[in-house]
Every structure is written in C-alpha cells, then in structure tokens.
Design a protein around this ligand. Structure first.
Ligand SMILES: Cc1ncc(COP(=O)(O)O)c(C=O)c1O
Length: 458
C-alpha cells in the first residue's frame, strides 16, 4: 500500500509526492496495519516541535522516547557531528580507539557518582543490559565465583529487547511469545506499586507500611541461594511500564541486601540518566551508588545511537589483570560500533550543552510544574485511577476497558496526536517526559490536550 493521507482516502494506492511509500518499512512496537490507515510520519523537528508529513506541528511531550533532553535540532550538537564526520568518520573499536571516545568516557565518568569510573560503550540500552549481564558473569568468574549465574530483575521492568534484557525484563507482552528463548537462571522481584494506598504520587516517594523487599530476602534469595546470584538489575524508576515509583528507601535497602550477599547491583538508567530526575543520574537523586550503571538515549540527545555501562573501579580492576599476558583481551565482548567517534562527538557536545544551559536543574524545576499540572487537571476525570509524577516525567493511569487492556490509552494517544501533542501510551498509562527546555505554557498545552482526550473517551 502506498502512503495515504489520513484526510483523503481517495489517494489510496498512489505513490506519495514525497518519494516514499509505506510498503517496505515494518515498524517496531507498532500495530502496522492500523498505522498505515492513520500514518504519523515526522519530516522535521526543531526545539519542542515536530513537523509531520502533512505539515502539522506536534509538541514533543516525550522527548522522542526519553531521548531529546536538550530539545531538537541543537546547533552545537549538529556542528560537532558535522565536524567529526570531516575529521574522523569511523575507526575500529578493537585493539584501537579514537579521541572522542576517550573524551566522552572522561565526561561520563566525571558525572557519575562514587567510583563509577570505567565506561564500556555500546550502541543502545538493549546492548547495555546484555553487556552488564555479561560483565557480571565475567567478573564473578575472574574472582573465582563462576557459580554466580542467577540474575534477578523485577516484574514490569524493561531492559530492552536482547535476550538478556528481555529475560530480566518483566513486561509480560514483551516476553509472551519468546518464552522458550528466555534465559533459564532468572527470577523477578515483585513490582513496586501499591495501587490501593499510593495510586497518586505527587513529586515525592511514597512511604509504605510494608517492606516490598522482604520477598526478595525471604523467598527469592533462599530459593536460589544468594551465593549463586550474579546481579540484581532494576530501573530506579520503572519507566517503560508507565513511570512507577518505588517506596522511600527501596534502593538503599536493595544496596544493603546486595552488599550483604556479594551480589552486584545494576541500575538501568537508560531513561533516568542524564537529567530526567533533575540530577546527573537517579543514583544521585536516590543517594545510592550501584556497581554498574547503564545509560543510552539522552547521552547524545538521541541524535546518534550510543549506550554504555559505567562500572565501578573494583569491577574493572578485577577484570583487567596485571599479570595477564599482553596478547589476551580482558573481556571477550564488544561491538563494531563501540565508542563510535561520531556518536561520541555528539555525546561530548550534548553533555557540554546540558552543563552550559544548566538543563538538569531546569528539568527538576519543570518537573514540579508538570506534576502540579497533571494532578490538578487530570484527577477525577473519567477512568482515571492514578497519577504519578517525579522528576520531569509523569503518568496518568486509566482503568482498562473491559476485554481490551491498553485500548483506552492508545485511543487517547491518537486523540492527542490529532490535537498536536505527542504523549506515550504504556499499557493503560499515558506518560509525559518532555525535553528539559519545555516551558510552563507548553506543559499546560500537553496536559490540557490530554485532559480533553480523556474526556472525549468517556
Ligand atoms: C530502562 C531501559 N533499558 C533499556 C532500554 C532499551 O534501550 P534501546 O531501545 O536503546 O535498546 C530502554 C528503552 O526504552 C529502557 O527504558
């Protein structure tokens, strides 16, 4: 089928004037048949806005999948990429490297808390998850504990789509049809949401009466024996599930449990890293230093693919053996594009820009505005059963339609798009996570457009 203007069904089957068809691209995580009926194609972006194929302006309420913290089309980042292309376009990553990769690693390590000092680059959050899992196995083996091969994730966690990340992830739909390929030695902690007592979370961590980690201590760890566990991997805030916020003290207690049993703690900060929480990392926000910290997305403002795992010194020092022979690699893992010079040049420029414009502080300030708008404008609307805000992100949860979970939020997403606002639907949640440059009036536009969409659903 050729591209069809949603307003004009008479063009079905024709080739679009723009020179592209809709016949060959298979979109990920997308209902493709319906997409072809109602296409949403971006052709341009600047600041907070996209321009669509049919010439409409759409406000980017989700930083384009949590990536574009500094907003679109930033001259400083574009220039750095162009310059890099003219200087060193690509260089092999094995047994050699490039200057921009070292510069990016210096900057990232300087921003990371504690002794998270060694950066292992990859190209995406999925690769970061698999990389961290492989480092965990290699690290334990290097110190004579190769039996530690159990991984623990959390229900409704998201760590990308590689076999490792999918296995420790806990979003049922992402696992459902791949069951036989999931890694066997993986367990999941219970989810961190209490819909009865803490449905509404307004820019503060909820205080639970019960301890959600008792189940880890009393059931999961004894079942596998803690001495067999390689790592526990969590998102500090559960992003892809729909911005779910754990109870106060949760991550500190998780840190203590890991320390007690020699288990590595990995934070997946692909969403929360580089400013979303108003700090460098969620690790800073919650005051907990993990053993490894995964990042991607905002590190290059989404403009070039780049991900990575920041490791604490003790991991690197265990792996990089001073007595090893000169010709043997420390870690038999890496990607052709690990530390790609163009991506790393984009990262250096992005991190400079974040700093110059104090955009993480701004994210913290605008997060309060977003939280206030969500709670004041959406609470009490039809189907609304919870609202959660923290950092510069917020979600409203709708009651699922009978027999069609996810439909209400998807319909609200389409409605918002039609009215010029990009919101993310995740299950029956609608999530906003705008670029840090968002203004108060744009937040008002986002939330009032969503409020109108929810009312129209009723
Ligand atoms: C926490 C987390 N980990 C990993 C990923 C996967 O990243 P990517 O899509 O770059 O592979 C995501 C993507 O949203 C994520 O939110």
């Amino acid at each position: 089928m050729a591209y069809q203007d949603p307003q004009d069904r008479s063009t079905a089957g024709t080739t679009p004037a723009t020179g592209w068809s809709m016949d060959h691209q298979w979109l990920p995580f997308t209902p493709n048949r319906h997409f072809r009926e109602v296409p949403r194609v971006f052709v341009k972006a600047d600041g907070m806005h996209f321009t669509t194929h049919d010439g409409r302006q759409v406000l980017d309420g989700i930083s384009s999948l949590w990536c574009v913290g500094a907003g679109h089309n930033r001259r400083e980042i574009n220039e750095a990429i162009k310059q890099q292309l003219d200087t060193l376009d690509y260089a092999t990553a094995f047994n050699a490297s490039n200057d921009k990769a070292f510069m990016a690693a210096d900057k990232i390590a300087a921003m990371a808390p504690g002794d998270l000092n060694k950066v292992l680059f990859c190209n995406s959050g999925s690769e970061a998850a698999d990389t961290a899992m492989k480092v965990a196995l290699a690290y334990h083996r290097a110190r004579g504990q190769g039996h530690r091969n159990v991984f623990i994730g959390r229900e409704r966690g998201y760590h990308g789509v590689g076999f490792g990340g999918m296995s420790i992830g806990g979003i049922p739909a992402n696992r459902k049809v791949y069951g036989t390929a999931l890694l066997p030695r993986v367990d999941h902690m219970r989810f961190i949401h209490d819909p009865l007592n803490h449905a509404y979370i307004h820019n503060a961590e909820p205080e639970w009466q019960e301890d959600p980690l008792l189940e880890l201590e009393n059931r999961i760890l004894p079942l596998h024996d803690p001495s067999n566990v390689a790592a526990i991997i969590v998102e500090p805030v559960a992003g892809s599930a729909g911005w779910y916020i754990g109870p106060k003290g949760y991550l500190k207690r998780l840190r203590e449990i890991c320390d007690k049993h020699g288990i590595l703690l990995v934070f997946d900060e692909v969403i929360t890293g580089f400013g979303r929480m108003g700090k460098n990392f969620a690790a800073d926000y919650f005051g907990v230093v993990p053993d490894m910290l995964n990042f991607a997305k905002c590190v290059t403002n989404g403009v070039q693919p780049l991900g990575g795992v920041i490791c604490r010194d003790h991991i690197y020092e265990t792996m990089v053996n001073p007595d090893a022979p000169n010709h043997v690699a420390d870690l038999f893992h890496g990607y052709t594009y690990s530390g790609h010079p163009v991506s790393c040049a984009a990262a250096v420029a992005t991190l400079q820009l974040f700093e110059q414009e104090k955009l993480f502080d701004r994210a913290g300030q605008m997060g309060k505005v977003l939280g206030d708008a969500m709670h004041s404008q959406l609470k009490g609307l039809p189907h609304v059963m919870g609202i959660r805000s923290l950092g510069l992100a917020a979600a409203v949860e709708l009651a699922p339609a009978a027999g069609a979970p996810g439909k209400r939020a998807y319909d609200a997403f389409l409605d918002c798009f039609t009215h010029g606002v990009l919101v993310r639907s995740a299950g029956d949640n609608l999530v906003f996570a705008p670029p840090y440059i968002v203004t108060e009036s744009q937040i008002d536009q986002m939330v009032s457009t969503l409020a109108a969409a929810i009312k129209r659903l009723a």
